[in-house]
Ligand binder design. Structure first.
Ligand code: CU
Length: 116
């Protein structure tokens, strides 16, 4: 199981690292970060894998607010209302798979898998 996650992680890092400064400066990921964009009432990635202690940066590219949260045990968070063009970094410290939703738009859903 753990072994099988690594190709996913490599793919996710590849995508995040693939942003060029010319195309999207705002969405550029720092090392240890994965950027997830909220656009058209959806997440641009529905499953990401990060290492424990890493961050998922949520960027709102819609013209209205979102409110990302997780109630999965061990990974609970709630960033509160997130205005358009703002970003929120969420640090995941524990290994596990965490379901992330938006309080305003219940059909928005993604998972963050955290590996040691
Ligand atoms: Cu939303």
């Amino acid at each position: 199981m753990r072994f099988q996650l690594w190709p996913v992680l490599a793919a996710a890092v590849g995508v995040a690292g693939g942003f060029s400064a010319a195309t999207h400066v705002f969405a550029q990921a720092a090392p240890g970060e994965i950027v997830v964009v909220q656009r058209d009432i959806d997440f641009d990635k529905h499953a990401v894998t990060i290492r424990a202690g890493g961050q998922v940066v949520y960027i709102n590219e819609d013209r209205f607010g979102h409110n990302v949260f997780s109630e999965t045990a061990g990974g609970e968070f709630d960033v509160g209302r997130q205005a358009p063009a703002s970003r929120n970094a969420v640090t995941f410290r524990r290994a596990g798979t965490f379901t992330v939703n938006c309080r305003i738009h219940p059909r928005m859903e993604m998972t963050v898998t955290v590996v040691q």
